[in-house]
Design a protein around this ligand. Structure first.
Ligand code: G3P
Ligand code: CA
Length: 266
């Protein structure tokens, strides 16, 4: 396989090893670490009582046996739900200890990464942060400060980065925690970012696979503008091959083991 840039492509487990295990659960993240993923991706939302939890959708209906919006539920309400049973309802899967499929707080995920025994990075995405007028970012930075992840010691880098489709959210993070890298996620290439330059406060580019497929030259343009490029969500071998050929810096995938194997890392 030819690589445009001589570097190791980081393999990021999207919502954990989410093809094999229920997304955003300890089961999925533990599997991703076991599979050898370089980094884990998670989405965070604020509960009604101010906890950051790893849930993708606004509501818990799709990924749990409960109903309702995360923002209207308290952590104790979420803790009573099962976030694993939906994955394979016909096969009565056994994910082991219910702890592995209960709601995952960001704090618990930070603990898992800290105990991984090797450097595992964490790409945290803020979901609909504008609704909260800065509260999501404030909680996030407070947590990173508490875990010593917002201000890395001289000569080191933090293993955490913050991603968002909201430039405003990233701007807030960059202002409060300048040492934490930010990833500007893009679903479309708007005229404003066509030349490869990102909004202020955004350091790394996060184009969708659809953008990269439709406009492969955009990766080089982003690189020329000084940005690393993290592409999501890349699951099929031909798309992994395309990303490798274009020299992207990270591949965000539901299948970390398969991608690592294709890249010759297993
Ligand atoms: O990693 C970025 C990607 O996760 C954005 O889309 O909907 O899966 O959060 P979504
Ligand atoms: Ca996400």
């Amino acid at each position: 396989m030819t690589h445009a840039r001589q570097h190791t492509i980081q393999v990021v487990a999207h919502r954990g090893a989410s093809e094999d295990a229920p997304e955003h659960t300890l089961a999925a993240y533990m599997k991703a670490i076991e599979d050898g993923a370089d980094a884990l991706e998670c989405d965070v939302r604020l509960t009604a009582d101010g906890h950051l939890v790893c849930v993708h959708d606004r509501r818990v209906n799709r990924t749990s046996n409960g109903r309702g919006a995360v923002s209207t539920l308290e952590l104790a309400d979420l803790a009573a739900l099962d976030f694993g049973a939906w994955k394979d309802p016909n096969e009565s899967p056994d994910w082991g200890d219910p702890e592995y499929t209960s709601v995952l707080t960001l704090e618990r995920l930070l603990g898992l990464v800290a105990d991984a025994g090797r450097r595992v990075e964490l790409a945290i995405e803020t979901k609909h942060p504008t609704r909260w007028a800065g509260q999501v970012e404030a909680r996030l930075v407070e947590l990173l400060e508490r875990y010593g992840l917002a201000r890395p010691r001289a000569g080191t880098t933090t293993p955490v980065r913050i991603m968002s489709f909201s430039a405003r959210s990233l701007h807030r993070v960059a202002a409060a925690a300048p040492a934490v890298p930010t990833v500007y996620l893009m679903q479309f290439v708007t005229p404003r970012i066509r030349d490869g330059r990102l909004p202020a406060g955004s350091r790394i580019a996060g184009p969708s696979l659809r953008i990269v497929r439709g406009n492969p030259g955009y990766v080089a343009r982003l690189h020329r503008a000084g940005h690393r490029v993290h592409v999501w969500t890349v699951n099929e071998p031909e798309d992994v091959e395309l990303c490798a050929r274009l020299g992207v810096d990270a591949i965000i995938t539901n299948r970390p083991k398969q991608v690592l194997s294709q890249l010759g890392r297993l």
